[in-house]
Design a protein around this ligand. Structure first.
Ligand code: NAG
Length: 393
């Protein structure tokens, strides 16, 4: 299966004919989008039931077949189908996730689930508007227009709205790709999350870095804050922090000098530092604590030398000789199920790529040569990659 991701690709491919037919349906599309945005699907307690109820209504208006799969309890996955003329052909799957990341309400100009529309700028303010409720709604709006223009696709087109992407996809796509429903769909191409294009071009992303979420813990003799001694937890940990920062700088320098693209280096960022002996108002200031901990978000491109990085971790970042231990909260492989770097070929060797290029061109759009790699994560894309691997005709 080839996985490409871009906003509006389906609509691009097919809307050219339909757009002219319904020039004034924009306002309805915007209010439907706002309605979706107003459903609070923020982790850790997304209102999936409300989202699925809303989307089922949309699907029924668009004339699509709908099924709700509950592969994990309380986490409904909505599966829509637009039947094609030749259902034996591999199908196209348009995926988006319904959950969104949490927000700090007090820091927002407009409440994050108000979907306030600023008439002057045309901006809509809402958590999840880009990541990725806009994409799900674009699929549905494109299909609405195409259906009203009388278009019938050759292949079956499936649209999935999946839960739990923001927390790793375990209760969503991960279960879905091994389900019998998924097998029966005979999916040839998945389009999933991309990044908004700041210009007029349509950008397609064809690979993604693998997240490694790592914690490193240090132990050491506790002691008075006035004493200089070796082997304190803080000292042991800070040596690692320094080594990790040097590595981070070396990777970032490659990007800054233009030698490598952002998606081609290993990114390392500090997620948290935890240490100290708390008091009701702060921390004990004259005590060197016996434990300290750091959390890291590391992203590995498919081309990275993984063994070298693992050696660096064991020898330099968390050596047991310095009383350090480490644990992966998440460690995704950079390989697909066939042992190859998980990347979709974005050239003429991939029939889907050629189709996409052709469709964008015939709709009067411009497809920029594929991005080297997505600089942010979408867990679901990776699961699709790992599940299959190669394009099929
Ligand atoms: C590690 O811990 C042991 C036992 O507490 C201690 O003897 C040793 O000095 C520590 N080593 C370092 C480098 O902190």
């Amino acid at each position: 299966m080839a996985t490409a991701s871009a906003t509006l690709l389906l609509s691009l491919a097919l809307l050219a004919s339909a757009a002219a037919a319904s020039p004034s349906s924009g306002a309805g599309a915007i209010s439907r989008f706002q309605e979706y945005l107003r459903i609070d699907t923020a982790q850790p307690a997304p209102d999936y039931a409300a989202a699925v109820a809303f989307l089922r209504g949309q699907a029924s208006e668009a004339g699509l077949e709908a099924r709700t799969l509950e592969l994990a309890a309380g986490k409904p996955l909505l599966l829509l189908r637009w039947p094609g003329r030749r259902p034996s052909l591999p199908s196209i799957l348009l995926n988006s996730h319904t959950d969104v990341v949490p927000s700090e309400r007090q820091k927002w100009d407009h409440p994050p689930f108000s979907a306030a529309l600023d008439e002057a700028s045309g901006r809509i303010y809402a958590r999840g508007s880009q990541d990725m409720k806009c994409v799900g709604m674009q699929y549905l709006e494109a299909i609405r227009r195409l259906r009203s223009a009388g278009f019938v696709p050759d292949r079956n087109i499936y649209i999935t709205f999946v839960p739990d992407e923001e927390i790793g996809g375990h209760g969503g796509v991960e279960l879905f790709v091994s389900s019998k429903e998924f097998k029966e769909m005979n999916v040839g191409l998945v389009l999933d999350e991309g990044l908004a294009s700041p210009g007029d071009e349509y950008r397609v992303f064809y690979a993604e870095r693998s997240p490694w979420w790592l914690t490193i813990k240090a132990k050491g003799a506790p002691g008075h804050g006035a004493k200089l001694y070796d082997g304190s937890a803080m000292e042991n940990l800070m040596k690692s922090v320094e080594a990790i920062r040097r590595f981070r700088t070396s990777q970032f320098d490659l990007v800054k000098s233009g030698e490598k693209a952002e998606g081609d280096v290993v990114s390392v960022n500090f997620a948290y530092l935890k240490a100290g002996t708390p008091t009701p108002t702060g921390f004990v200031m004259n005590l060197q604590p016996s434990e300290a901990e750091v959390g890291l978000d590391i992203r590995i491109p498919p081309s990275a030398h993984v063994e070298a990085l693992e050696r660096r971790l064991v020898e330099e970042w968390a050596p047991s000789s310095r009383n350090l231990t480490f644990e992966f909260k998440q460690k995704m492989s950079v390989l697909d199920n066939f042992g190859k770097p998980a990347m979709t070929p974005a050239d003429s060797t991939n029939p889907w790529w050629l189709l996409l290029e052709e469709a964008v061109k015939s709709a009067g759009g411009k497809l920029v040569s594929a991005q080297r790699r997505v600089p942010q994560r979408n867990r679901d894309i990776r699961v699709h990659h790992q599940g299959t691997g190669h394009p099929q005709r």
